[in-house]
Design a binder for this molecule. Structure first.
Ligand code: TMP
Length: 218
């Protein structure tokens, strides 16, 4: 009998490599003919993509952490209703690039929005849907800032609202992810993302293989 579909999230700082690892992991699951859907937040639906554009656009002016919170949860609810829940109901695993843990880390620890308020809005927006498993790609914030797409966007003068934040913000966000992972140790697996890409990917596959009941390749 096919295993029940799982909701698996990939979390970490911008530049942690999570999105690249997710794409590679998805290609590997394709090879193993594992039915799954890859999606991301904020976004993942036409409405969510529009909210994402507003959320990241620096020309919209200052936004406080609570406004950010409401935008990402509006995107999240639409995403759950339109994409995530239907995929799970149809028996497909869902691999999602960011979910509520990003809100805890960025808006909670990064912006200072009270964590109980985040949990309250989370209950309303998601009905308590929680990932079955979460991979946290961890590396020092200073290192993450030199990787990914953010440095080139900053160099081109095309930094989004979050790229434009300084190192201290990203250090708070990293600390936030670690705290959230500690609080829910059963759901999280932390992956050291500062080493060689292939080693990190091997760790990702090992975790997925265990969760999905796959034979790991040699
Ligand atoms: P991405 O580059 O991984 O697609 O994410 C876009 C930015 O949105 C990234 O800087 C993290 C931020 N973000 C939040 O601040 N809160 C959230 O809840 C989510 C999902 C993303």
């Amino acid at each position: 009998m096919a295993p029940p579909p799982l909701f698996i999230t990939f979390e970490g700082l911008d530049g942690s490599g999570k999105s690249t690892h997710l794409r590679r992991a998805s290609a590997w699951l394709e090879e193993h003919r594992v039915p799954h859907l890859v999606t991301h937040e904020p976004g993942g639906t036409p409405l969510g993509d529009a909210l994402r554009a507003i959320f990241l656009d620096p020309s919209r002016g200052a936004m406080d952490g609570t406004v950010e919170l409401l935008l990402v949860f509006a995107s999240r609810r639409q995403h759950l209703l339109e994409v995530i829940e239907p995929a799970l109901a149809a028996g497909r695993h869902v691999l999602c690039d960011r979910f509520t843990d990003s809100t805890r880390a960025y808006q909670g620890y990064g912006r200072g929005v009270p964590l109980p308020l985040i949990e309250q809005v989370n209950r309303v927006a998601t009905g308590g849907r929680t990932p079955d498993h979460t991979l946290l790609f961890d590396l020092p914030a200073g290192e993450a800032r030199t990787r990914g797409h953010s440095p080139s966007r900053r160099e081109r003068g095309a930094a989004d609202r979050l790229d434009a934040e300084g190192l201290a913000f990203y250090e708070r966000v990293r600390h936030g992810f670690q705290e959230v992972a500690r609080a829910e140790a059963g759901r999280f697996r932390q992956v050291d993302s500062s080493g060689a890409f292939e080693e990190t990917q091997a760790r990702v596959r090992a975790e997925l293989a265990r969760w999905l009941g796959l034979e790991e390749e040699a």
